[in-house]
Ligand binder design. Structure first.
Ligand code: AMP
Length: 423
């Protein structure tokens, strides 16, 4: 093979695209039911946007971005995540003037230079929802409700929602101090990466999956024990709302997310079909990000879901069946005028909503029969010179193995009737 796709990327092939689009249709439909509007932002942004919003000591910014200089020496990055771009677009296009809350969603592709493995790619798709303009815990609850509604619409069951509050700029520094002091005491027991994180981004140590760190973390100070009154109340109300909505959750005081912009609520939903260490979606509140990127203070909350992982769960749990409609009628002809007429007749039949393909090489009945049978096409129409003279065409039903001589209108009627009966 002279050229192969880059490691961590994939081709979505015919047969796979139908479920892919069907999944996106569900996402669009459910989002609209919650009053969300789609936003499409460019695939590339200035590198500084992500350094500033996601944070320069995060794994995404420090290790995983596809960044390059363009021909004008600008620093450009292929989007590694969606929230930063949506906030940038929200400010740049004055969506701030819209009546609040402003509810936006996106379906987009993202790029991270990660180690490819099952459910982890270097180019991947995410659905994301972002709600701007309210700090009410009801928004957090509704965003989580939206996430569940999306997943249940895909037929998913056995979902696990984990929830935490990581406080705000007024209470987090105190917690951070205690955490750093605790990590210092246990420095020698931490993995090499966490030794570094303890100094640069100590909260990230909390979700290290290495066994040695997990053992240390058994005694770690807990975020929710150090919340200020407002954050504690916000978190309690959110839990009450989720309980009232019948959305089951587990509080996980070690849940933190890989972005610096989160405050208060953070959450993840995982599925038993993904394995314990990978989430299907994750999100939280980011009340300071809009201001950090130059806007006026605007509380916000959102989440992102990996579409490859969603598709993996659908396939492994058989939660949805996708049946791609295939061609119903194949037209056999003998070249020349019979091919020209076949092309024209095919279009008349297509106008009745029927899927039609023509033998474009005009190779006659035997070859067409082979093609139709190979593709599982139920009807074969024969257009020869005699048929054109009489305007009566032979329609073969390849399943029933019979044939009739019919006018064009009768052919359309016969196929439509059989399609209605098979519904
Ligand atoms: P994040 O943007 O890191 O909060 O991730 C949100 C969701 O996107 C995850 O729960 C995954 O489902 C998905 N995701 C993140 N990174 C990748 C990746 N490299 N490959 C595939 N899916 C990913």
């Amino acid at each position: 093979m002279k050229y192969t796709r880059l490691i961590g990327t994939k081709d979505i092939l015919p047969g796979e695209t139908f479920p892919w689009v069907a999944l996106q249709n569900i996402l669009r439909d459910v989002s609209a039911r919650f009053g969300y509007h789609e936003i499409i932002t460019p695939l590339i942004e200035t590198t500084n946007l992500f350094i500033h919003s996601v944070g320069d000591v995060t794994d995404i910014v420090s290790k995983e971005m596809y960044s390059f200089k363009d021909k004008s020496e600008r620093d450009i990055t292929l989007k590694p995540e969606g929230t930063s771009s949506v906030v940038r677009a929200y400010l740049e296009n004055h969506l701030t003037d819209l009546s609040k809350p402003v509810k936006l969603y996106y379906i987009d592709r993202f790029f991270r230079y990660e180690k490819p493995q099952k459910g982890r790619y270097r180019e991947f798709y995410q659905y994301g929802a972002e709600c701007f303009g309210s700090d009410s815990p009801a928004v957090d609850a509704e965003v989580i409700q939206l996430a569940f509604h999306l997943l249940l619409s895909m037929g998913m069951k056995d979902l696990i929602l984990q929830l935490n509050s990581i406080g705000c700029p007024s209470c987090r520094p105190r917690y951070r101090e205690q955490l750093v002091a605790f990590l210092k005491l246990h420095e020698n027991e931490l993995c090499s990466e966490c030794k570094l994180r303890a100094a640069t981004n100590p909260l990230r140590v909390l979700d290290c999956k290495k066994e040695s760190c997990q053992a240390v973390l058994a005694g770690v100070p807990i975020t929710t024990n150090h919340l200020c009154r407002d954050c504690a109340q916000h978190f309690n109300t959110l839990q009450e709302l989720l309980t009232a909505l019948g959305l089951p959750f587990q509080c996980n005081s070690r849940l933190v997310r890989g972005f610096d912009y989160y405050n208060r609520t953070v959450f993840e939903i995982s599925s038993i079909f993904l394995g314990s260490q990978s989430a299907l979606l994750g999100g939280g509140r980011y009340d300071d990000l809009v201001e950090m990127l130059g806007g006026s203070p605007t509380p916000a909350v959102g989440f992102a879901m990996g579409l490859e992982r969603a598709m993996m769960i659908i396939q492994e749990s058989n939660s949805m069946a996708f049946v791609e409609p295939s061609t119903t009628l194949w037209i056999a002809n003998f070249g020349g005028i019979t091919l020209t007429e076949s092309l024209s007749i095919a279009n008349q039949i297509r106008q009745a909503g029927i899927r039609v393909e023509v033998d474009l090489e005009g190779k006659g009945i035997k070859k067409s029969l082979e093609s139709a049978l190979k593709r599982g096409i139920p009807y074969l129409l024969i257009i020869g010179e005699d048929e054109l003279k009489n305007r009566l065409f032979t329609l073969k039903d390849l399943q029933k193995k019979d044939q009739q001589s019919l006018t064009l209108q009768e052919i359309i009627g016969t196929i439509q009737n059989s399609q209605m009966n098979s519904l």
